[in-house]
Design a protein. Structure first.
Length: 189
């Protein structure tokens, strides 16, 4: 029995391969988080917290004479550094393992919310009413990033919207989504 069976780093490849086999590679769009998300929420915070921890440890080693107290402070700083990285690790999981697959019949949103929990949400193309691109930040415009929201009509067993945040080149992805949906002769969005 795999304890961390939901934390499969090859899961995306397996899922994409199954949909490519079913629909063909020209009818599939995989949307991942952009590198802006990785740098803003993963790489730079990790670097920042690490530099601060190393600086504190270095200053502690230079200033302290008592070796027990020095070791104690180094351990405390290391623990504080490890705890401060927990939200960064959550964002890393989001960055690496969250993705959306658009097919001619369905939109699937895969969300890894932790090591033990994965959610998959599906939205039927027949119920889609609108595809919205949102570039609300200046940084989004500078780096050509944005959010894509696919809105559907409300029903009891389906989601009202699928939202993909930090998508690189969202207008091009929106056009590709419309192109994939047009192959099913659905033009109600």
């Amino acid at each position: 029995m795999k304890i961390f069976s939901n934390f499969d780093t090859n899961y995306r490849k397996k899922v994409v391969a199954s949909y490519v086999e079913e629909y063909g590679s020209e009818n599939i769009l995989v949307i991942n988080r952009s590198k802006l998300f990785g740098w803003s929420y993963v790489h730079l915070p990790f670097l920042w917290y690490t530099i601060i921890a190393i600086l504190i440890i270095y200053l502690t080693v230079l200033r302290m004479d008592v070796s027990f107290m020095r070791r104690f402070i180094v351990v405390i700083v290391f623990l504080a550094w490890a705890v401060s990285l927990l939200p960064v690790m959550k964002k890393y999981i989001d960055y690496k393992l969250d993705f959306t697959i658009v097919t001619p019949k369905w939109v699937f949103l895969f969300n890894q919310t932790g090591i033990l929990n994965r959610n998959m949400t599906s939205l039927n193309v027949n119920n889609i009413r609108s595809i919205v691109v949102n570039k609300s930040w200046l940084i989004y415009s500078i780096f050509n990033n944005g959010d894509i929201r696919i809105l559907s009509e409300w029903s009891d067993n389906e989601l009202w919207e699928v939202q993909m945040k930090y998508v690189n080149n969202p207008e091009m992805k929106r056009a590709k989504i419309k192109q994939i949906f047009s192959r099913t002769n659905i033009t109600n969005y």
